[in-house]
Design a protein around this ligand. Sequence first.
Ligand SMILES: Nc1nc2c(c(=O)[nH]1)N[C@H]1C(S)=C(S)[C@@H](COP(=O)(O)O)O[C@H]1N2
Ligand SMILES: [Mo]
Length: 203
Amino acid sequence: MGFFDRNRQELERAGLDPSRLPPGQYLTERFPVLHVGEVPEYEPGTWSLRVFGAVGRELVLSEDELRALPSTTLTTDIHCVTKWSKFDTTWTGVRVRDLLELAGVAEGAGFLVGHAEFGYTANLPLADAVRDECLVAWAYEGEDIEPIHGGPVRLVVPHLYFWKSPKWLRGIEVRETDAPGFWERNGYHNYGDPFLEQRFWGD
Ligand SMILES: Nc1nc2c(c(=O)[nH]1)N[C@H]1C(S)=C(S)[C@@H](COP(=O)(O)O)O[C@H]1N2
Ligand SMILES: [Mo]
């Protein structure tokens, strides 16, 4: 029996519902670190988030302003396209939907691009971004998100492969047209549903 089948069996033995694990994934207890480039460092008070594009009112929020907005804590599974999944990760932050409501989405807008420090981007349909579990998150397991995992603030879009969740989020762009992000321009699937195993263009 191969590694993936053994991993799936262990899951059942541990009393976990194996249907939570998307095809081709294995479960890990670790929290792997995955990104291209450097981890940015911010002097206190210098990080900000811009909500811009097809919005009624552009927003620029400091970390304090973001944290002062109504927040949500939720527990969810995450799935990386490099085949690890992690169950029951707990995140706290502001719902993307609530930020978009503050900014006012223009009629005809249908897409969102998350912009990270140093130019990393990821795109998704607006309909996905407004789901309950999509957060602009600042805490992981009740603590500030560590810099290597995207602190001070990252996007969390748990129902898509985790490359759709930019770390060190600096901008949320609302768009009328789609605009493939960093990995999407480099061969990864434009949508990235882990349960449909949409890893690469053409999957
Ligand atoms: N800014 C930025 N965000 C990023 C990435 C990146 O390279 N840069 N990699 C993505 C990928 S492929 C994954 S799997 C997750 C990994 O998050 P983690 O390091 O907290 O596990 O971050 C995503 N967000
Ligand atoms: Mo990933």
